[in-house]
Design a protein around this ligand. Structure first.
Ligand code: NAG
Ligand code: NAG
Length: 388
């Protein structure tokens, strides 16, 4: 038998097993087998590059398809979030501007971590991506784009910066004022704005989660109030985005799952202590949290709840996801279809994928980042074409 015939037999057997074995695994309701790559470091640098190239090509194709479908109008994706958003920005910007990460593997979570604001643009696709660090869903930080006429590098009037209805001075235009002052120039400006609006779309992509979780004394709460009132936090953030950027499309991302089995010292030590004495661990958290001078100071039941729900572990991430889904369900019931808030479920994409996260990290999943971005592009595509 020649080698190609042998290969065909092997693939046939493999295919049959996929149907038979795979079908049985699923019907028994048990888990799928873990990926063949057992750990992050087992992937060589050439394999890392190959993985990146595969997803780069796919991302480019999907962005091209999106822009073809919407007539190649300017598109600005404005991201507000933590390092998991920065990773997505790095991946996307490396697609739009090859070499963006200066020779470093763009999926590494440490790349460009000193850039708190960052932006890139591709003139063929007419797509701009801007990232602003905002790990606690801070509404004032969300206004970054509104208050600037230049990109983070200081370039004036870069393409696809903001829709003109936001005003050149960065102030929202009051429709009532426009009525009373309506001279010819204003009417012309109005018409130009309408034209610019149909051409330029702003997509606001938001989330917070990892910095809302604690690990006792090894990692006190960074944003306690947001953890305690997460449903309201998400709804207020969504409403602020709608107010600051009228006509924009909105999407949220559930926070990555946490893979605590990847933690190294001191996080792993704290987890061992917590397992041995859960009540003591909780008491310690409440004590530390009670020292902050926020509105929750002295509110022991609230602090206890935040401490219990907000542990930097898989169940803490699951709790945030559950509450984000609830927040967006309620928010979408309040809004019309045109204003629908989209969802990118990074939690679901990272669950059970500990191999993709570096040892002693357990929060960033380098190899899964392109998949999260692809889900973002697909969500954006669906929504942009629905509302056009
Ligand atoms: C974001 O970046 C600014 C500097 O631009 C810094 O002062 C701030 O601490 C950072 N915030 C977060 C939440 O990382
Ligand atoms: C919490 O803080 C308040 C105000 O500082 C204080 O009176 C109270 O004793 C503290 N409670 C605990 C359990 O630490």
């Amino acid at each position: 038998m020649d080698s190609s015939g042998h290969l065909n037999l092997v693939s046939l057997a493999f295919f049959l097993c996929l149907l038979a074995c795979g079908g049985r695994v699923l019907s028994e309701g048990s888990k799928l087998p873990p990926p063949l790559i057992s750990e992050f470091d087992a992937v060589s640098s050439s394999q890392r590059q190959a993985w990146l190239d595969i997803w780069n090509t796919h991302a480019w194709n999907m962005l091209r398809a999106l822009q073809d479908a919407r007539g190649n109008g300017q598109l600005h994706i404005y991201m507000n979030g933590d390092s998991t958003f920065r990773q997505q920005k790095n991946f996307l910007c490396n697609v739009l501007q090859p070499g963006f990460t200066g020779g470093k593997w763009p999926l590494d979570y440490k790349v460009l971590n000193n850039q708190h604001e960052s932006s890139c643009y591709n003139s063929e696709l007419k797509i701009r991506v801007t990232y602003v660090n905002n790990s606690c869903c801070d509404t004032e930080r969300l206004a970054y784009l509104l208050h600037r006429d230049t990109d983070p590098a200081g370039k004036e009037n870069p393409p696809a910066w903001k829709p003109r209805t936001m005003g050149q001075s960065g102030m929202l235009r009051d429709p009532a004022m426009a009525e009373t002052n309506a001279g010819t120039q204003d009417l012309e400006a109005e018409a130009a704005d309408v034209e610019a609006d149909t051409e330029m779309r702003l997509v606001v992509y938001l989330g917070c989660g990892l910095h809302l979780m604690h690990l006792g004394r090894a990692r006190p709460f960074e944003c306690l109030q947001q953890q305690y009132g997460y449903v309201e936090t998400i709804q207020e953030f969504a409403q602020a985005a709608a107010r600051l950027y009228p006509g924009s499309l909105q999407m949220f991302m559930t926070t990555n799952n946490v893979c605590e089995s990847n933690f190294g010292s001191p996080y792993s030590d704290v987890l061992k202590e917590a397992a041995a004495d859960p009540q003591g661990f909780l008491r310690q958290c409440v004590e530390i949290a009670n020292m902050t001078t926020g509105p929750l100071q002295g509110n022991i039941p609230a602090l206890t709840q935040a401490c219990r729900e907000g542990i930097l572990m898989s169940h803490g991430a699951a709790s945030l996801r559950r509450r984000m889904l609830l927040a967006l369900k309620q928010e979408n019931e309040r809004r019309g279809r045109e204003d629908h808030v989209g969802l990118v479920d990074a939690y679901a994409l990272t669950e059970g994928q500990c191999w993709a996260s570096q040892w002693s990290d357990g929060r960033h999943y380098a190899f899964v980042v392109p998949m999260v971005v692809m889900e973002m592009i697909a969500t954006m595509h669906r929504q942009l074409l629905q509302t056009h």
